[in-house]
Every structure is written in structure tokens, then in C-alpha cells.
Design a protein around this ligand. Sequence first.
Ligand code: NDP
Ligand code: HSE
Length: 429
Amino acid sequence: MKQFQIALLGFGTVGSGVYRIISENGAQIAHREGIELSVGHILVRDFEHEPNLELAPRALFTTSFDEILSDDSINIVVECMGGIEPAKTFIIRALEAGKTVVTSNKEVMSKNWPAFEKAAKATGAGLYLEATVGGGIPIIRTILDSMQANNITRVMGIINGTTNYILTQMTENGQSFEDALKDAQALGYAEANPTADVEGYDAMYKLSILSSMSFHAHMPIEVIYREGITKLTKADFETAQLLNYRIKLLAIGKKDGNKIEVRVHPTMIPATHPLASVRGVFNAIFLTGHAVDDVMLYGRGAGCMPTASAVVSDIVYACHHEKQHKYMTFVNEASMSSEIELVKDFHCIYCIRLNVADRPGTMANIAAAFAEQGVSLKSVIQLGENDGVTSRITFLTHAASEFGVREALKKIESLSCVNAVESMIRVEE
Ligand code: NDP
Ligand code: HSE
């Protein structure tokens, strides 16, 4: 039976899960796949502060990456340290040494993918990244190995478990943002720096990978519109509830010919939408292909064992392709291809809540500002307490231009009858 030796870089949530699966399920994998996996080294930062030291034999641990690199018995390097450096350098050096790399690190991948791929191709090493998007969901493999017949026109989904957990807790249990975040961190879902989750960076890294693969064109993170969930208020959840919507942090990519839009932002979706029932740490991704139509994948988007499941799947895949690894078939350059037209002025429905002076002419002035920008209103609802002096009004627009709505809101904010533009949340039906 063919044997493969693995080195783990990082032994935290994901790394320890990979070790556990290989230890506990290695015999089954060997039986089914005809390959024997073993862990040869585990790189940790220092022995003294490593909390998971008791989970594996002491002899496997090292603090030297060079020891791993110079060990010819190591075929596959699994990077699950996170962050940019030294992950980036270790990945490049491993690939240059002809070792296949499997990573769960979407940040380093989305920021260095072209360079990594170049290094991999130069030595024939493999480069696999299933765990970078959607935790345990086999989304990458689905796109690459099961959707080849299709031109994918849309990817849309919940691809950050931490924010979905927080939004679910806030919606269903009225939990505060801070408490829900603390719980997500304790459960091992959140990034070391939770800003990456709550400000939408993590989803942006993932959408860069997902949309590049789906649309067959590299979509660098710089071209993705990003907005996090930190500005959402209790009133937004109340508004959503009254309109029978749910608020989700959605990653959205759409392709029409050579036009592509890519964005991450809090989004209202109907309570009946399949994505509305995706709760807690679960992720779900819709793919729309011209032949297959809609496909939805659902599963645990974060956590030790689900993510390790994706990593081990990559390891097995890499073993089966050791003689000829698969690479991306699109041109993977640092900047977006000049053949792609990036849609910055995308169109969608907007839910806008204003705090206004409750007096004659208010509505007329606001409606005029929307009309000037060609923004057509679908419904207007007066919500909440009404003291006869100020009032809260929520507008739902028809599909409108992003730039048009922003311009209209600039004007509306300057009106003397408007106390505040309280929120503007995009809607996907
Ligand atoms: P953890 O923080 O739990 O684990 C990372 C481990 O790597 C830590 O033990 C850390 O040690 C170690 N490490 C960091 N730098 C070095 C270094 N220079 N040398 C040796 N060890 C180092 O992170 P996760 O396991 O949660 O995440 C790892 C990667 O996987 C990240 O890129 C993350 O985005 C991604 N990911 C995580 C998921 C999850 O659910 N947790 C899901 C999908 C992807 P120390 O504590 O000393 O810094
Ligand atoms: N912090 C990420 C999340 C981990 O919450 O989804 C999985 O990538």
C-alpha cells in the first residue's frame, strides 16, 4: 500500500482535528482509498505554551520548519497556522521543495494565490484549498469536479460561520452582539482576530476564491465590495422581523457575459428563502449553472472536525493525484483580467430606514430625492413609536442602482426634515 507522510504546520483547532481524523480514521481511509496516511511532524510555536501537546506523541512535535523541509519522507505539508507570515514563506518554500501543500488558510491563499500556483507548477507539487471556503462543505471539489459542464452565473451564500452564529443569536434569542461573539470564540469558530469575521474580511477572502473558481477568472480581494455586521442595530432586526425578512451576511457573485459583480454585506432575505433557515455556525452556498440550474450545498462552515474533514479530503485527493496534480485552468495573475468588466454600480432592492421630522412635506422631499436618482419606491412603512415630532420611516425600493441610492441618501441626509439615515440594508429576493 502506498504510504504518505504529512507534516502539520499549526496544531490548533484545525491542525489537531486533522491529526485526530488521521489517527482515528486512518485504517478506514487506508481500506477504502488504498493509501496509508501518517503524521511525521507537527510544527508548533513553542513547547511551553502549546496547549495541545498531550494530543500526540512528543516525538512528533518540532519548532523547526527547516527540519520538516529537509525531511524527504514528508510528501504533504498541511498549513493550518493562519495569518500571512510565516505561513506564506512556509508554503512557498514547501512548494519549491516539491512538497504538496494543503491549506485551510483563506487569507494567505486569497492574497497570494497566483504566486503559490506558480511555485507549485514549477515543481509539479500539488496545491489544495478545500478547507478555505465553507469549512466542511465540499464546495471547491463540487465546482472543479462536478460543474464542468456549466457556465456558472451566480454564487451566493453564507460563508462565515461566526457571523451567522452571531446573527442567529441576535435574531432568535435577542443576544447582544458582544455576548454572541464571545460564544462563537469559545466554540472555536472565530478567527484569532474576530475583526476578520465581523467586518466581512473572512467572507471576502472566501468569495475571492469561490468566485474565481466559479467564474473562471481571478477575482482578487481588492475588487470585492465589503461591509461587515458591526453597524447592525436592534432596530434593524426589528425592521427585518416586521417585513418578514432575515438578516444574513451574504457573499454574492454574479456573472453576465464578461460583467462580474462581487460583494459581501449584510443582506435581508425573505424568511422563506432557503438561506434564511441556515442557522448558527452552518454555511450554505448556492451555485447557479446554465445547465444544472440551482445547486445548494449546506454544512458546518467552521469548527475543528468539519474543517479537518475538508483538509483530509484534500490530502486523500492529493495522494491520488501525486503523479499529476491539478491546477486552476484560468489565468491566475495578481490583477483581474482586463477582459472582465467589474460591476461596481450593481442593482438590487434596498431597505432604508430614516428618522424624520413628522411634518407636512417630509415625505414629498424624500420621495423627490429618490426620484432624482431614478430610485423607484416599492413600499413605505412607518414603524415604531410616533410622538408626533419625529417618526421612523422604512422604504423598500424596487431594484435600483447602488450609486443612485447612495447619491439619493446623501441628498436625503442633508434635508432639514431628516434627522438621520438610520440604516441602508440591501435585499435579495
Ligand atoms: P488556531 O489559532 O486554533 O490554530 C493555529 C495554530 O497555529 C496555533 O496553535 C498557533 O500557535 C499555531 N501557529 C501560528 N503561528 C505559528 C508559527 N509561526 N509556528 C508554529 N505554530 C504557529 O487557528 P485555527 O486552527 O482555527 O485556524 C487555522 C487556519 O484555518 C486559519 O487560517 C483559519 O482561518 C482557517 N480555518 C479555521 C476554521 C475554524 O473553524 N477554526 C475553519 C476553516 C478555516 P499560537 O497559539 O502559539 O499562535
Ligand atoms: N472564522 C471562520 C468562520 C472560520 O467563522 O466561518 C471558518 O473559515
